[in-house]
Design a protein around this ligand. Structure first.
Ligand code: ZN
Length: 295
């Protein structure tokens, strides 16, 4: 699932490519990707609207439209957003790229499964693909959006986030630290990949009780969260699974990962084998020598 760095990468791409454009028309291949309102009403409300801005909150993308409307896009497991020139691209009825500016869009299996196409002014298209069909688009007015976003915890890369703030969150929770880090209502944007990497870098066992962590552990988690998420954004995300950017290209943070999906391989610090366990139902990778459990 795309996490903060992947969604941030898409947001940055979209900001460069679609701001100031108008939605001319919408072409559906799978109408059910639009949730909450009938598809026809959705189209009626957004056609002609201008794209004012693109933002990210937690793992949500927010496309701000003129008239106080917003598209809230969640990529869930396998959602992708692509931007192409209308005249140099073609998508089949089955949602496959027949023609595109980049070879990767046409050839990479992960880039297919287009479900909806937005035709924009300036000859651009914004296409959303999703193999698993969990991704969605919701139309929200400013007030509804504000209300919805209240469900999320602080952004770990925001200036207001601090080790003290993180400590106040972690000390209240008696559950496994990994579950706490991934709880979107407590801290926004961290998922399975980055939780494993952050905890390994901080030498904290994923099952350690959040409330029992020492201040130095929390400081390490804070520093590593910021460092790892920033570096992952710089490397345009992790594509060990299906993540691709708006041109269908892979991110390269996966090359730098230390434990995630490296079961049995040597820990880069101690050389011992990386272990895999389940935490909250999610596959979790850690080094049993470097990360000791605090109960
Ligand atoms: Zn180790």
């Amino acid at each position: 699932m795309p996490e903060l760095p992947e969604v941030e990468t898409i947001k940055n791409d979209l900001k460069e490519q679609i701001i100031g454009k108008r939605i001319i028309s919408v072409f559906p291949l799978w109408k059910e990707i639009v949730k909450d309102i009938p598809y026809e009403l959705f189209v009626k409300q957004i056609e002609g609207k201008e794209i004012i801005d693109v933002e990210r909150r937690a793992k949500n993308l927010i496309v701000r439209l003129s008239g106080g409307l917003n598209l809230l896009v969640h990529l869930k497991m396998t959602g992708h957003l692509f931007v192409e020139d209308e005249k140099s691209s073609e998508i089949s009825k089955e949602g496959k790229w027949l023609k595109a500016s980049s070879e990767d869009l046409v050839k990479d299996q992960q880039n297919q499964f287009i479900r909806i196409i937005f035709h924009l002014s300036g000859g651009k298209i914004l296409a959303m693909g999703d193999m698993r069909k969990f991704a969605y688009i919701r139309l929200m007015d400013d007030r509804g959006l504000e209300e919805f976003l209240k469900n999320y915890g602080p952004e770990p890369l925001s200036s207001g986030f601090s080790a003290e703030k993180l400590a106040s969150i972690l000390k209240k929770k008696n559950t496994a630290i990994k579950k706490v880090l991934m709880d979107q209502s407590l801290v926004a944007g961290i998922g399975n990949i980055y939780a494993d990497e952050i905890l390994w870098a901080s030498r904290v066992h994923p099952l350690s009780a959040s409330s029992k962590l020492q201040d130095k552990d929390i400081e390490a988690i804070y520093e590593n969260t910021r460092k790892i998420l920033r570096l992952a954004i710089k490397r345009r995300g992790t594509s060990t699974s299906d993540f691709r950017d708006t041109k269908g290209l892979k991110g390269t943070y996966g090359d730098l990962r230390n434990v995630y999906q490296r079961e049995g391989m040597p820990c880069p610090v101690c050389g011992g084998p990386v272990r895999k366990i389940k935490v909250g139902g999610r596959g979790t990778h850690f080094c049993p020598r470097c990360q000791k459990e605090v109960k």
